[in-house]
Design a protein around this ligand. Structure first.
Ligand code: NHW
Ligand code: EN5
Length: 388
């Protein structure tokens, strides 16, 4: 069934019933001297390209490859449209490896035709903090599909990760592969219902008129919680403390330090937004919420070219109820002209989704670990990890 994945150190479907298999690494590291020294061979017309994302021309080529060939929904109505600034942020976290930004180009035309990337992360699984690669942006040009290029890209990124003495990875996909640690559902909260209906992202509910729908999703003009404000550089230590304490509750979660928080959570216009509640009395930072910006191209619509979507990222509530905090996140997203606010049913998100008028989407997101077994998997609510 899975000619490639059957050869890889991942949980296999046939092992699901085997209670004797231990949690943790599936195979041990090999000595670095035994890691293959040269790149895997590509078909003769193509060559590897280690990408320099500080090079604006290269970044523009990557942006364009993804904008035309990356993930679509099941009816091919929308395609993710990660911005150049977002790609730079996603791919250049603290201590990133340039060698993990892997392109494939046509030798003759020099056109970028495929890509895969990794970034380093410390991810905790139960009590075990593991150095991992987060693998993302695997993409093969539409004209080169089904030629088994993806396994070559995956083997090559694996080799380059091994060269850094890292033996585990985390990744997500909309398709089922051997074997998910958990399967999450996307939920969507309409901010601009008229546009969402016009582009076919959502439908007018039965016995609903457009004006009733617009009224249903109306939000206040400004956040309601006293002390709610944008995160600043001076907040990094406080946010790190809040987030570390919160993420400790989940079975699988990133192990963020202040350097990570500054990169992943300090606001960047149209890339990542973070807000917190600073107590007006004590000036203590008690709550935190964040979302990242990922527009989708609208395919084949006469009126609109893009949907502006916010994706819930990391949220922590200690004083302000999570539902109230997320309502303020919806209010600022609406104010900033987002059309929809998306969230997964990870962490404690179930506690506010229905109440805040999110509806279930038609897409799922499966989470995977490479070379690390979590027997029986976990529930989405036990997952404290959001990948971009
Ligand atoms: S998920 C988004 C992936 N990208 C897209 O969906 C974009 C649109 N599609 C494409 O570009 C986020 C192509 O369809 C792709 C496949 C390139 C997806 N993950 O070349 P072939 C990520 O980026 C397997 C893993 O003929 P293709 C996460 C498939 O099961 N495997 O197909 C990436 C089959 O193997 P099998 C995937 O359609 C995580 C083989 O590829 C996959 O021309 C990567 C077919 O290859 C997917 N999303 O190209 C793994 N899609 O065994 C990282 C297909 O079933 C692992 N396949 O025969 C960790 C590595 C690091 C380890 C370090 C220690
Ligand atoms: C790696 N980082 O399917 C990611 N999106 O539900 C790779 N559906 O937007 C894997 N089909 O349900 C990504 N509207 C896997 C996801 C790929 C993209 C995808 C889904 C997630 C999506 C929308 C549009 C469907 C269009 C037809 C959807 C319904 C919204 C409605 C709003 C009002 C309340 C009820 C729900």
């Amino acid at each position: 069934r899975h000619k490639f994945w059957e050869t890889q150190p991942v949980g296999q479907f046939r092992d699901a019933a085997d209670a004797s298999l231990p949690n943790g690494p599936i195979e041990p590291p090999t000595p670095l001297s035994e890691v293959r020294a040269d790149p895997y061979p590509l078909p003769a017309a193509f060559e590897w390209l280690t990408c320099d994302l500080d090079d604006d021309a290269l970044l523009a080529d990557l942006y364009s490859l993804l904008a035309h060939n990356y993930v679509e929904d099941d009816e091919n109505m929308f395609r993710f449209n990660y911005s150049p600034a977002f790609l730079r942020w996603a791919l250049k976290p603290p201590s990133f490896f340039r060698a993990w930004h892997i392109g494939v180009r046509a030798k003759e035309s020099k056109k970028l035709v495929a890509f895969i990337s990794g970034v380093p992360a410390r991810i905790r699984a139960r009590d075990d903090v593991v150095r991992m690669a987060e693998i993302n942006f695997l993409c093969v040009h539409k004209k080169l599909r089904s030629k088994r290029l993806a396994p070559v890209l995956i083997r090559e990124v694996t080799r380059r990760v091994h060269q850094e003495n890292i033996w585990q990875a985390a990744y997500t996909a909309g398709i089922v592969l051997p074997t998910p640690i958990t399967t999450c559902r996307y939920w969507h909260r309409s901010l601009n219902p008229k546009k969402l209906i016009d582009v076919g992202f959502s439908r007018l509910g039965p016995r609903m008129t457009m004006s009733r729908t617009v009224r249903l999703y109306k939000l206040p003009d400004a956040p309601l919680t006293p002390g709610f404000r944008r995160m600043e550089l001076r907040d990094v230590a406080a946010v790190t403390r809040l987030l570390r304490a919160y993420l400790a509750r989940f079975v699988v979660a990133p192990d963020f330090d202040e350097v990570d928080v500054e990169h992943w959570l300090l606001p960047q216009e149209d890339v990542v937004d973070s807000y917190l509640v600073e107590s007006p009395e004590t000036h203590e930072v008690t709550d935190f919420c964040s979302f990242y910006t990922l527009p989708s191209s609208v395919l084949n619509n006469a009126n609109y070219a893009t949907l502006k979507a916010a994706y819930s990222y990391y949220n922590v509530s200690t004083k302000t109820p999570l539902q109230q905090l997320m309502n303020d996140a919806l209010i600022v997203a609406k104010r900033k002209n987002y059309d929809v606010f998306n969230a997964l049913d990870v962490m404690e998100n179930e506690s506010f989704l229905k109440e805040l008028k999110f509806g279930p989407g038609d897409g799922q997101l499966h989470y995977y670990l490479y070379n690390y077994r979590i027997r029986n998997g976990i529930k989405p609510s036990e997952l404290g990890l959001v990948l971009l």
